[in-house]
Every structure is written in structure tokens, then in C-alpha cells.
Design a protein around this ligand. Structure first.
Ligand SMILES: [Fe+2]
Ligand SMILES: [Fe+2]
Length: 351
């Protein structure tokens, strides 16, 4: 029996991630509706940029959830909030100002939940930090969006109340506030400034880093229960990662990476899987357990080095950036399916 790290804290975090994803979908819907209702080109441009960010961030959220490895349903109360806000935004009773006001509250909730997940992950473990890392860029963008929304609200509100334009200089102030954010939070914001999606190399590298951290955490622990849990997570993460590579990546690269090189990757993963099964059969308190895991880690590390050097170089040289992004989407989808089948780690909606 493989136990995994899906204890209460980890499940609670998975529910938060599911909440964030559900809210993200509503944010996108709202912004699409505002674009249809807005008659001000300055405001429309800002909503369009926000929509582009939010659509890209939905993809990043999918990556984070698959990385994290525990799929949960959003909490019931969040679904209720979403239904209520959706009703308001779609109703003809609210003015555009009032709708954007609700949207800003939702953005605020999204930003705060994202920050909370980040802070909680710091307490739960380094592997969780690694899994949710990309969430940071979303959090920073949401904070910047809040500043934009304040500006939009000022323009819309003054116009609705007085029929006149608000004071000039609003957008300059919004720009300053956003600049202050990027000043403080610099590197993370610039990371996403090119607005590109993650490619297959980024997504694979995230998985490699996470499993590497789990190996370290396992070796550092002396608690057999914890060791068993870390191994359980390694087993699930590596199995899903390897199977998704075999389903999506290896068949795609065979033509240019070469028959022999590609076969080698399959063989190495075969060896990895054999060892995973062997270790799974012994007790975490057995004296040889950690040594066996260390040997597995060595094999995994060799394999990872090969993928991140020669395989990634071949991908860079032979696939366009659109193709590597498309491959990342396929990889995430395959891994999500595999995780659900392997773990059945579905968490109830009321955790
Ligand atoms: Fe691999
Ligand atoms: Fe890999």
C-alpha cells in the first residue's frame, strides 16, 4: 500500500487551488462580457490586456494543479459565490460600474487566496513550494490588475454619477502603482512580461525539480511514516511523469532525436519503474530502504540530466515555440488523466 502526502493540510491546499481555478474561469467570463459592454476604448484596451493575462494564467493554474498532483473540487461555498456574482454580472439591473465593482472584489479574493496558498506552502514543505512556484507570477499579475480596476472604477463611477470625465491623471497614477509593484516584486513580474505560455521543457523541468526535492526531503527525514509518505509521493509523481512522457513526448521526438536515443529513454524509465515497484514492496522502516531510494535517485538524476541537456536541445532545434507550447498542453492533459487513474486522489468538496 502506497501512502502519499495527501494529509489534511495538503488536501486543504488542493481545494484552495480548485477554488482559485473556478474563480479564474469567472474572471475570464466577466472580462469578456465587459469587453462587449464597454464603449470606452481606453477601458476596453485595459480589459483586453487583463483578459489575455487571465487566459494565460488559467493555463498556468492547470500546470500548478497537475504539478501539485492532488486534484480536488472547489468548495461548495465558493461555487455559490461564483453563481451569485455571475448572476449579478449578467443582470441588466447593475450598471457597468457596479459590475466592475463586483469584479474588483473577486480579483481581490483571487489575489489574497493566491498569496495565502503561497504562504501556507512555505509551511507544508519544499516540494509543495516547488509545485506551486508558478502561482507567484499569477499573484503578482492579480495585484497589478487590482490597480488597473481601481482606475477603471474611478472613470466609470465619475461618469455615471456626473456625466463628466474624471480628472486627467488617473492612468498615470495607476501606472505608478503598478510600477511600485513591479519594483518590489521585480523578477517574478518580468518573468511573465513576455506573456508566453510554458513550453514542454519548462513543464518537464518543474516535475524534475519537484521530485528532486522529494528525494532530498526523504533522505533528511528519520520518521518512517514521513519517509513512507515521501516515497508514496515520489512513486505517484514519477509514474505519472514517466507515463505522460511516453505517451506524448517520446513518440513526438523519435524522428529527430533518433531511434536509439529515444529507446534509451524508454529503457531507463523501465528500470526506474522496476525499482519503484521493488521499493514499494519493502517497509519504510527497513534498514536498506533509504539506500534503495538513493540508488533510484541516482538513476533518475542520470535520466533527468540526459533529458534536460540532449533531449531539450533536440526539441529546441526541431520544434517551433508554438509546437513546444502545444506539447506542454498535451503533456499536462495526459498527466492529469494519468494522475486521476493512478491515485484516484479526488478530494471531496467539503474539506
Ligand atoms: Fe523521462
Ligand atoms: Fe523527465
Amino acid at each position: 500500500m502506497v501512502t502519499t502526502l495527501d494529509d489534511t493540510k495538503r488536501n486543504a491546499l488542493a481545494v484552495k487551488l480548485a477554488n482559485i481555478k473556478a474563480v479564474q474561469q469567472l474572471l475570464i467570463e466577466n472580462e469578456q462580457l465587459f469587453l462587449r459592454e464597454s464603449t470606452d476604448s481606453e477601458i476596453s484596451n485595459r480589459f483586453q490586456d487583463m483578459l489575455n493575462d487571465d487566459q494565460k494564467n488559467l493555463g498556468i493554474l492547470d500546470t500548478v494543479i497537475v504539478q501539485y498532483g492532488i486534484h480536488a473540487e472547489p468548495k461548495k461555498s465558493i461555487n455559490q459565490v461564483i453563481e451569485q456574482v455571475r448572476g449579478w454580472i449578467q443582470s441588466s439591473e447593475l450598471s457597468l460600474y457596479e459590475k466592475v465593482f463586483q469584479h474588483e472584489l473577486l480579483k481581490h479574493q483571487q489575489a489574497m487566496t493566491g498569496v495565502l496558498v503561497h504562504k501556507a506552502a512555505q509551511k507544508i514543505g519544499a516540494d509543495v513550494m516547488a509545485a506551486i512556484g508558478p502561482l507567484n507570477t499569477i499573484n503578482f499579475e492579480n495585484r497589478a490588475h487590482q490597480e488597473q480596476l481601481k482606475g477603471i472604477l474611478e472613470v466609470l463611477g465619475v461618469r455615471e454619477l456626473t456625466g463628466q470625465d474624471a480628472d486627467q491623471g488617473i492612468w498615470a497614477r495607476v501606472q505608478d502603482a503598478m510600477a511600485a509593484f513591479s519594483g518590489v516584486l521585480g523578477s517574478a513580474v518580468t518573468q511573465t512580461s513576455d506573456k508566453k505560455d510554458m513550453n514542454i521543457q519548462d513543464v518537464i523541468r518543474l516535475d524534475h525539480n519537484k521530485v528532486n526535492i522529494l528525494f532530498t526531503e526523504l533522505q533528511q527525514s528519520n520518521d518512517p511514516q514521513k519517509i513512507q509518505e515521501y516515497f508514496g509521493q515520489i512513486y505517484k509523481d514519477l509514474s505519472a511523469h514517466a507515463e505522460a512522457e511516453e505517451e506524448v513526448v517520446y513518440p513526438r521526438v523519435r524522428a529527430f532525436y533518433g531511434q536509439d536515443n529515444t529507446q534509451e529513454l524508454y529503457d531507463e524509465q523501465g528500470e526506474m519503474k522496476r525499482r519503484l515497484e521493488e521499493i514499494k514492496a519493502i517497509s519504510a522502516s527497513a534498514p536498506e530502504f533509504k539506500d534503495r531510494v538513493r540508488q533510484l535517485a541516482d538513476i533518475v538524476n542520470d535520466h533527468v540530466r540526459e533529458e534536460e541537456s540532449t533531449l531539450f536541445a533536440a526539441i529546441r532545434n526541431n520544434l517551433s515555440s508554438d509546437q513546444t507550447e502545444e506539447l506542454a498542453t498535451q503533456f499536462k492533459a495526459a498527466k492529469g488523466r494519468i494522475q486521476e487513474r493512478l491515485g484516484g486522489a479526488k478530494t471531496g468538496a467539503n474539506v
